[in-house]
Design a protein around this ligand. Sequence first.
Ligand SMILES: Nc1ncnc2c1ncn2[C@@H]1O[C@H](COP(=O)(O)OP(=O)(O)O)[C@@H](O)[C@H]1O
Ligand SMILES: [Mg+2]
Length: 392
Amino acid sequence: MSRLQAEHLYKVFGRRPEEAIQRLEGGADRDELRADGTTAAVIDASFTVEPGQIFVVMGLSGSGKSTLLRMLNGLLDPTAGRVLFDGQDLTALTAGELRAVRSRKISMVFQHFALFPHRSVLENAGYGLEVQGVPRAEREHRATEALALAGLAGWENSWPDELSGGMQQRVGLARALATDADLLLMDESFSALDPLIRRDMQDQLLQLQKTLKKTIVFITHDLNEAMRLGDRIAVMRDGRIVQMGTAEDILVTPANDYVASFTQDVDRSRVLTAGAIMADAAPDAAPGTAPGGSSGEGPDGASARDVLAAAPAVVPADTPIIELFTPCSTSESPVAVVDDRGSLIGVVPRSRLLAVLGEPMTPSAAPAAARTARTTDADADDQGVAKAVARA
Ligand SMILES: Nc1ncnc2c1ncn2[C@@H]1O[C@H](COP(=O)(O)OP(=O)(O)O)[C@@H](O)[C@H]1O
Ligand SMILES: [Mg+2]
């Protein structure tokens, strides 16, 4: 069962929302409704989030992200559609039941995290537990643990104004972690931070996620952030989800020009991986390797050995290509890409590395990756490419 499931969610602000939904179902867009003073904030959003996944919703300001998020935890009632949390229909709960789910199972982290200025960092981190009625001793114990997870061990007795903006945001994260909620909803949680601190927080979230395995819905207007964090990404435009997929799906096969325009700003060298861009390891693709085969191995085995021996680096398929520049600059031989058992599965020559940086990658630009997937049709080729791309 999916942890979270959105089924044909709509949120319309303004008069006669039911009528607006009929028009939207008939294909009307946001602009047409706006003429009547009605805002279609979210239009027909459907998706599932699996336990332990980070699901990112990416879109420009006003595209409907926050409205969507507020429907996911029941803060806003959908105009139409359902939200299922662990199979339970949130839209069918009473106000009291909903409050209980929200305080125990769902935590929110906002962009501007409001700390209580006259409470210690520890008390701030334990606030969610206080709301739940957890006794003081347990509250302090769990808040201390959560602060340590968020990288704030030793700051328990400080006051909020003694912390930098990034540290205050960590307190927000700690508050969410302390509650033990399964579902974290993060609305532009890192957007107000300086780029370096922001990257730090992204790293920390990914690190935490390895052990905590929460289910996270993360909202951002930044595609680079989306691609670093998201197991899956939904791109929103004017209230609608216009594409949903992995970082590599979006980078490799943007659904339309709108999505493609975002991907131009993405740092390909951190999103694309060796496995996604590698060429076949056949001798013609790897000049300088001699077919051999003296010790009973076939010619393939022998040339693979030569390729591996000559390679300036031997890397797993999920290595971001940014790590290949230095080895490629020191040798004419291509970098060798190997599987879990160390067998050669492809090579990255310098020319290929440079070629993929400038251009949007099309499936045909990665024949080796596609062939590795042993697929025939174009769709499946995309998956072959996609599988080989990692997070930035
Ligand atoms: N309470 C509200 N009443 C009227 N319009 C709203 C309300 N909340 C949001 N909107 C409108 O819905 C659209 C989506 O807003 P929002 O979900 O906040 O987008 P985002 O989080 O992507 O910036 C915007 O046009 C916004 O003005
Ligand atoms: Mg918002």
